[in-house]
Unconditional design. Structure first.
Length: 171
């Protein structure tokens, strides 16, 4: 099997099987893909044995040998690398008491701002931001055009932002 095109077709036809075979040996699909790629390069290389009777078997043999070598190398590396038993301490992703208090104050301001809005404007904002509704859905529900729904939502957001700025000028 000397023809490069035939070798490529054979490789492509069996690539998935070769990866699964190598993954069973090395224990990782990503490494198995590397093994199979390297196997193809060796398979594609002109060999001293031009009379390979079963090219598929020969390709699987190359994959097996490479995968076993990789697995041995990984095992050796793991023995010689100091593995940290306990991962390093990581700060929790939790708000500080000060941040929690600040967020509660902002929430109270937003709720006050929402209460100050006309009903239809407040409903449009709540449907869009909390209900996940589209402008078309809001328009149908409130019996207004999508453009008017957009305008109401925009107006409500500007009002809420202005309320937050009056209490927090650095915002």
């Amino acid at each position: 099997m000397d023809d490069e095109q035939q070798k490529l077709e054979l490789y492509l036809n069996h690539r998935g099987e070769l990866i699964n075979y190598a993954a069973g040996i090395v224990g990782c699909r990503m490494m198995a893909e590397d093994v199979v790629q390297e196997a193809y390069l060796r398979f594609h290389r002109p060999s001293e044995r031009p009379d390979v009777t079963t090219p598929v078997g020969y390709l699987f043999r190359i994959v097996r040998n490479l995968a076993v070598d990789w697995a041995r190398r990984l095992a050796l590396e793991r023995r010689h690398v100091d593995i940290v038993e306990d991962p390093p301490a990581v700060a929790e992703d939790r708000a500080t008491p000060e941040e929690t208090a600040s967020h509660r104050q902002e929430l109270a301001l937003v709720l006050e701002a929402l209460a100050e809005l006309p009903d239809r404007t407040r409903q449009a904002l709540e449907m869009h931001r909390f209900g996940g509704m589209t402008l078309e859905e809001i328009g149908r529900r409130l019996e207004i055009s999508p453009a008017l729904a957009h305008g109401l939502i925009h107006k409500a957001l500007i009002h809420c932002q202005a309320r937050l700025r009056t209490k927090n000028p650095d915002r």
